[in-house]
Design a protein around this ligand. Structure first.
Ligand SMILES: Cc1cc2nc3c(=O)[nH]c(=O)nc-3n(C[C@H](O)[C@H](O)[C@H](O)COP(=O)(O)O)c2cc1C
Length: 199
């Protein structure tokens, strides 16, 4: 069975840099044998304005958000994917708000047991990756921290593709070497998800 990669786009620009990077990444990952699904967080129908911290997800056995909307569907897809890729423009040294909305509601993919100070998660063993572009490279450290730390915390393997010098939407399509980098990343991701887990 081919392995699956879920890409969540966090840019509203249809022909923007994020869209181009994802198009190249996904094409190469598919050519490498992976199943790739791309969804756009900026188009998801939402019933709540971000995580409500209601903690209802912690009071039931199954994983998933109790608010039945487009973000919940994205979270459900994450559970079934071998790799989760968040593709975002850098907005003020961080991910876009639409990505942050999905990210925060990933709370429902954990189960905390405060009594024993333990945490279980259905994310363990997956790949968690970021694809990002920005005008300057200096904000990437800040952007990556929450993703890296979340991956470490949940037992996911972290990877990233970061593309600077892209201050204008769509600019990456004209930049030499960027397409090749995005395709190499897709190919690498397909190979990683296809590899058998360590014994
Ligand atoms: C609201 C907003 C905030 C931004 N903040 C930054 C920033 O902090 N640092 C940076 O280098 N570029 C910043 N940019 C530029 C974008 O990250 C960059 O142009 C990106 O490649 C756009 O991707 P897109 O075409 O997919 O939307 C910002 C752009 C916008 C619209």
């Amino acid at each position: 069975m081919s392995k699956s990669i879920l890409v969540i786009i966090g840019s509203p620009k249809k022909e923007g840099n994020t869209a181009a990077l994802v198009e190249w990444f996904a094409g190469a990952a598919r050519a490498g044998g992976a199943e790739v699904e791309v969804i756009n967080a900026t188009k998801l129908e939402t019933k709540v304005n971000g995580c409500q911290s209601c903690r209802a997800c912690q009071k039931r056995a199954e994983y998933g958000c109790v608010f039945n909307d487009g973000v919940k569907l994205a979270l459900d897809k994450m559970m079934g994917a071998d790799a989760i890729v968040m593709a975002t423009p850098l907005y003020f040294f961080s991910a876009s708000a639409q990505i942050k909305h999905v990210f925060d509601r990933m709370f429902s993919l954990y189960k905390w047991d405060n009594a024993t100070n333990t945490m279980k998660t259905c994310l363990k063993g997956k790949i968690f990756a970021v694809i990002a572009s920005a005008y300057e490279a200096q904000g990437f450290d800040a952007l990556e921290q929450p993703f890296k730390m979340t991956a470490e915390y949940t037992g996911m393997k972290y990877l990233s593709l970061l593309v600077p010098d892209a201050g204008v939407s769509g600019e990456v399509r004209k930049k030499p070497g960027v397409r090749e980098k995005a395709e190499a990343f897709g190919k690498r991701m397909a190979a990683i998800v296809a590899a058998p887990p360590p014994p």
